[in-house]
Design a protein around this ligand. Sequence first.
Ligand code: M6R
Length: 618
Amino acid sequence: MCGITGYIGTRKAYPIVINGLRRLEYRGYDSAGVMVFDGSKMNLIKTKGKVSDLELIANKDPQKKEGNIAIGHTRWATHGVPNDVNSHPHFSQSGDLVIVHNGIIENYDTIKKELVSRGYKFHSDTDTEVLVNLIEEVKKQNNCKLGKAVQLALNQVTGAYAIAVFDRTKPNEIIVARLGSPIAIGVGKNNEEFFIASDASPFIEFTKDAIYLEDEEMAIIKLGRDIRVRKIHDDTIVNASTQELQLSLEQIEKGGYDHFMIKEIHEQPKAITDTYRGRMLADQGIIRMAGVDDNIEKFLNAERIIIVACGTSWHAGLVGEYLLEDMARIPVEVEYASEFRYRNPIITPKDIVIAISQSGETADTLAAIKLAKSKGAFVFGICNVVGSSIARETMAGAYTHAGPEIGVASTKAFTTQITVLTLISLKLAKAKGTLSNSAFHMYLQKMQLIPAKVKKLLQIDEKVKEIAKVYKDAKNCLYLGRGFNFPVALEGALKLKEISYIHAEGYPAAEMKHGPIALIDENMPIFVIATNKGHYEKVVSNIQEIKSRSGKIIAIVTEGDVTVKEIADHVIEIPETEEALTPLLTTIPFQLLSYHIAVMLGKNVDQPRNLAKSVTVE
Ligand code: M6R
């Protein structure tokens, strides 16, 4: 939940690291810091606040920015409140070692007590300062090189980490290591320079060659030499291969939009197309998906599918439940990964576990996968980030191909995850014969039209802005939907909560009568999905019930709707499609609405308070 980056080479290191931190800010943004080594001194600049605050401070003292080696950090606090002192990097007691860390050292307190008894003094409340001092102590005790000291120290800690450590007395190397938190190394020409980062985005304009460390691996990055990777726990040498990065600079920039979130909302027609491109051959009536094709017997014989995920990905999983059960007639359970991993669930080798994650780094989802594997289940992943931990940990899977999602609020990840789940459901339905041939073909044809429909729907932006103006000062909101659109109601409420800080709840429309209806008065906006094929009459009755209690209705209806238009205060029309495909459309107005409300309220849309894009701690 923090971003780390570093550079060692012949260029000026500060601009590379600061630019890298800006790109990694999605991972955490409550404090930031950088250490620049000028050849003799390690200059430290760090502060509570964002990378832009760090830059303001650094600009006051340009001398501190000079040097060809730097490590930097953007933080999402775990141990110790966000303040200047707790910000990374952290020095060791002697001032020789410096560290940046993403993760949590769980046994830091015990280690700290031991170090204190040996005379160490601590300035911050962080587990990271404990780790760097442990490395220093181990180095001293064993009279060994930095790499060995890092390795021995890491063998004493429990928890999760991605770290970069530098020793000013050996200024031609940086040691990195990972367990549970990602780290990528960019390799420059002839090993004359190296880049370090939590993901490859900080260095794509410098090199396309990257090495991704696996869990329990560490690397000694030394100028002029090939990177040496070894296992942390047993010293085995690892033959780490260099991968060619597919990422482009354009993909990670705002491209003229004010925020990443709105850019990503508008990217959905393309993202959905990219998700089914090469997989759904509508004219031939074929769905190809290697991860499913190669394991088709397992899918067809599965007694149950368990979907594990968190947040928005969990909502996509719920849509998946409706799709898989309706089309392929396989029983599905959808679990919060964080609950699943700790509640001693019943999992058998006849279960298939589908893990969904945009980032592929969510700690709880990763732990749920490991648990399911240990019980013999076949685990399939749906991830966006190529090469991410979840993508590697699962036994087969499908990428969503949505492109980088940088806004903390998930948008295109949601619709592309649903696209993958729709393809899987249709594919299994065809293989099992639970959907007629004609229905299968009809779905493929309609699916193919979805990107154009999303594009058309995005033109309602101005109308949504008008609605946003009316309700932006609401204190509470309800979101209602039924069937396939119940998860969309949950997702709509989550989007509003996380970026505008307005309290919102999603419910199945019919549940209103069992409690939430008591909340309704003339101040309560209620967003209702009332598509024409989805229990329409029932939802209309639910709307009537709200109206007679003076609630304000904002309804998402199908083009040409007449009935709801007469009752609702505002309506937003979506293009006609099959009910099972409507979540790909109904979610769009909710994304736009949250975005505009948050902008109108002056909130930081891409970096909402207290949040981070990937939650790599439990
Ligand atoms: O990367 P993941 O899909 O595993 O992330 C899961 C959640 O943390 C994520 O969906 C979160 O809820 C988003 N901020 C929602 O917009």
